[in-house]
Design a protein around this ligand. Sequence first.
Ligand code: SR1
Ligand code: MG
Length: 399
Amino acid sequence: MSYHPLTEEQAIAYARGLENVFAANAELQSREIGDGNLNLVFHISDPASGKSIIMKQALPYAKVVGESWPLTLDRARIESEALIIEESLAPGLVPHVYKYDAELALTVMEDLSDHVIMRRGLIEGNKYPLFAGHISEFMANTLFFTSDLGMNQQQKKLRVGQFINPELCKITEDLIFDDPYTDSPNNNIHELIRADAAALTTDTELKLEVALLREKFLTQGQALLHGDLHTGSIFITTESTKVIDPEFAYYGPMGFDIGAVIANLLLNYAGQEGWIKDEAGRADYRAYLLDTVKDVWEQFEAKFGALWDQHLVDRIAHTPGYKESYMKRLLQDTIGYAGCKMVRRIVGLAHVADIEKISDGETRARAERIALAIGTSLIKLNRKAESIDEVLAIASRQV
Ligand code: SR1
Ligand code: MG
């Protein structure tokens, strides 16, 4: 079947043709539930048997902008291949892929409707006590075992080739590391913070750090990244965490993934200005978010360190002092990328609901300024950082 975007009826017909999923006479239902920026997502279910699947289809353009922004369908291959690798390295922490159809740029995968998108859960003020443990395991395993530390280095080079992802990387390079610091037509700036946004374009200390982080994103093939690990790419319950949507996967600097998780916790921290009204409740939830930031980093550091001690394949990396140097640079990159990912969600093209959906303009502007202040401080801190506690201190000072 040649490529065409599926209608809901066609999605049902496709699902009916899948082997060993639904009974031939099942009364299937379809709902298009894609609320991301890029793809169609069909939820196909058979109410009689309770069975359901997700069918995700890439569109040949960025849905968030429209057909004027063409986008490669190869991202569906990248996503399905990344999910399969991630499941092998972090079982239980990603949806299972049943099938990838290259012609239709379509991936059939496990339905996670019993989970919620984490961004939504955080906006509602829910707490996820197992999240830091799960996401640190996901990141430690996927980053370590796809890097030169944990896999055959010749095979890694071939894998770098498998995940060359120029168009999706270009989105990141523009939207995260360029547009917010220039007068770009892509930017989307709330009227009330125009002056704050303009200040980014003239801050040379800030722009130097962004240029260095951008250079690393462009040149350092450290590990296979998820590439877009924000809280909209995570399905969650109090017991379970599933990382979805690795269509931006490529070989890049590990801190970009870890920074994404931390940035999105801190964006929610800033956004709580508009959600939890009583001060004590807001302070409690913000304390929970900061504890989670600390746990994510510290549990990642411990798990990655344990993998290093048990599974290191690079003999020269055993040299005393190297591991400490590596982990320190990783923390610094994490902090720098976290800052970049916060700033882009305030002034760049694609915003986050944690802040964007605050209906009162002044309250939203206050949340945006908190996020900008934290983000720019993290960017300026990055190469000087010694401890995750410095991130918490910066965030605490802004509220
Ligand atoms: C044009 S795509 C905009 C953003 O959505 C994705 O989730 C990525 O974060 C990308 O930058
Ligand atoms: Mg996505």
